[in-house]
Structure formats: structure tokens, C-alpha cells
Design a protein around this ligand. Sequence first.
Ligand code: NAD
Ligand code: UDP
Length: 308
Amino acid sequence: MRVLVTGGAGFIGSHLCERLLERGHEVLCLDNFFTGRKANVLHLLGDPMFEIIRHDIVNPIFLEADAVYNLACPASPVHYQHNAIKTVKTNVVGTLNMLGLAKRVGARILQASTSEVYGDPAVHPQREDYWGNVNPIGPRSCYDEGKRVAETLMMDYHRQNGVDVRIARIFNTYGPRMLPDDGRVVSNFIVQALRGEPLTVYGDGSQTRSFCYVDDMVEGLIAFMEQEEEIGPLNLGNPEETSMLELARLVIELSGSRSEIAFRPLPQDDPRRRRPDITKARRLIGWEPRTPLEEGLARTIEYFRKTL
Ligand code: NAD
Ligand code: UDP
């Protein structure tokens, strides 16, 4: 199959391209290089089955593909808030363009949605049938509401035009190839620990997230894309929940750092807690994350040690 991966030069996208090539697919990687890097896919460039296209999905593009993974969108709050209007455009106009493409060529399309559609959740852990608690006018809204509209578009193209869609709600994912200046918590803490700088814990650090190692995530995305039974939305994430203070201590311990912890103000609308209920993914695709946090963090620390 020829598979189009938008955002393919980014963190998750580059791992996905790799795995799809290993599975014998031809891969078209499309990226505008806002938060993605050629370096992430440099090792794939010699492969005749791999192709890279510099393109912004906000503009239409006419390509032939059998399947589309729509991952294009900055994922770190620092980056998606840098140009909030562009983030909305990427999620709304960009997703429209990719749905138009999928419709024209009859391709299945998977949307990388997010746990952020649950906002600051009033239900814990989060199940797919929870509608969420999202501020429509805050600094995170460009991303949260953008992704919610992207889900709406997927469902409407499915109902109205019969497009074969998949909606994956991805929870916090980490691993090698995150940007050192990404702003997300795992890369921040690791870079700070390795540089001997204080680890910046926002608020009192009692807020929680559930971190999934990137290899597990990519496996889940492909398994969901390739099954026929269910279009989603489907939660993909690690149900192991950790507070930011625990995470900071773990990173210091695993990296052998002498860094201290420094408390900083909590950003506006920062969700208090987050943990996926993955009952549906277990049943549907027999999937659950296999990499314990300590192991995934150790691998990510090694990656940053080499690249910094
Ligand atoms: P990332 O920022 O590393 O990757 C996003 C990629 O999309 C980058 O290569 C970027 O250059 C590209 N891109 C952005 N806007 C584009 C546009 N308009 N046109 C073309 N390319 C564009 O982020 P990531 O962590 O790899 O996330 C990938 C996807 O998964 C995103 O859609 C994100 O919202 C979603 N997601 C990620 C997480 C996570 O924890 N990593 C959690 C939930 C959802
Ligand atoms: N966070 C932190 N220190 C940092 C960066 C983030 O304490 O240097 C916190 C942030 O406030 C949030 C959690 O870590 O509570 C996860 O933040 P991230 O930006 O990684 O992802 P998201 O909030 O989108 O889940």
C-alpha cells in the first residue's frame, strides 16, 4: 500500500514512517517542518519506498494514496500557542484538505486526535463516551477545540460521504526525537537534568499525566488503522498515572543528575489529571502499552545524552 503520513517528520510521525516501511508499505511523508526535522527521517531517505514532500496541509494537495495518517499539527503547548490561528487552520482547514484527498482517492484516513478533547476532565479515568470539559476561549483552545472540530469533520465526512475514517485519541506520548526545546514536560525535565539545571515543575506538581512510550503508541495506531470493526474514537495511551513531581524525581534518579526541583507558576487551563481508560483498545485490537515508564525514560535519556 502507499501510505501518506502528514506530520511525518515530527516526533510520532517519524517513528510511524519507520514502522510502516518495515511492514513493506510505500511511505509518502508530508511536512512543513514547523516542529518536524529532516534529521528525524534522514536515515530513511535512501529507501526507494520512502519519499518526503515539503508541504503545508492548510493548502490543498493532489496525491494518490491508499491510506492517510493525519498527524500534522504541533503538539507541544509552547508550539501550538506560538501561532494559535495557524493551529486552528491546521486542524480545521488542514483536516478538511486531507479528508477531501481521502474522499477523492477512496483512502482510509486516521486522525491523530488527543486526550485534550477531554479538557480538564470531570470524569476520571477518561472513557471515549465522555464529552469533555473544554474552555472554548482560553490559550489552549486553538488546539483542544481545533482537534474537536477535526473529529467532527471526520464523522461528518464519514456520515455524509462514506469516507472510511479512524479517530485515535492519543494521550501524552514521549520518547526519542522529541525536540530538546519542545516545552513538553518529559523533554524539558530530561534536558534540564542532563544540563544540571533545575527541573521546572509547574504549580505544586500534583497534577497528573499518563505517559506512553512512542513505540507502543505507533503499534496501537497501526493496529487501529488496520482493523475493520470500529472507526472510533479510540483512546490510545498508558493507564499508568504519574504526578509531575514524581516524574521530576524519577528523571533525576534515572539520569544520575544533581539537579534540584524549582517550582514555577501553573499555566492557565492546565488539566489537573489525565488517565486513559483503554478498555476499548484492549478489546478491539488487543493492545496495551508494554514499556514501563522507567524503561522508556531510560531510553529517552540515552537519546538526549547522545544528541545534546
Ligand atoms: P510534533 O510537533 O513532533 O509533530 C507534528 C508534525 O507536524 C511536525 O513534523 C510539524 O512540522 C508538522 N506540521 C505541523 N503543522 C503542519 C502543517 N500545517 N502542515 C504540514 N505539517 C505540519 O508532534 P507529535 O508529538 O509528533 O504529534 C503528532 C500528532 O499527534 C499531532 O497531531 C498531535 O496533536 C498528536 N498528539 C500527540 C501527542 C503527544 O503526546 N505526542 C498527544 C496527543 C496527540
Ligand atoms: N509541566 C511542568 N514543567 C515543565 C513542562 C510542563 O511541570 O517544564 C507540566 C504542565 O504544567 C502539565 C504537565 O507537565 O501539567 C504536562 O505538560 P505537557 O506540556 O507535557 O503536556 P500537556 O499539558 O499538553 O498534557
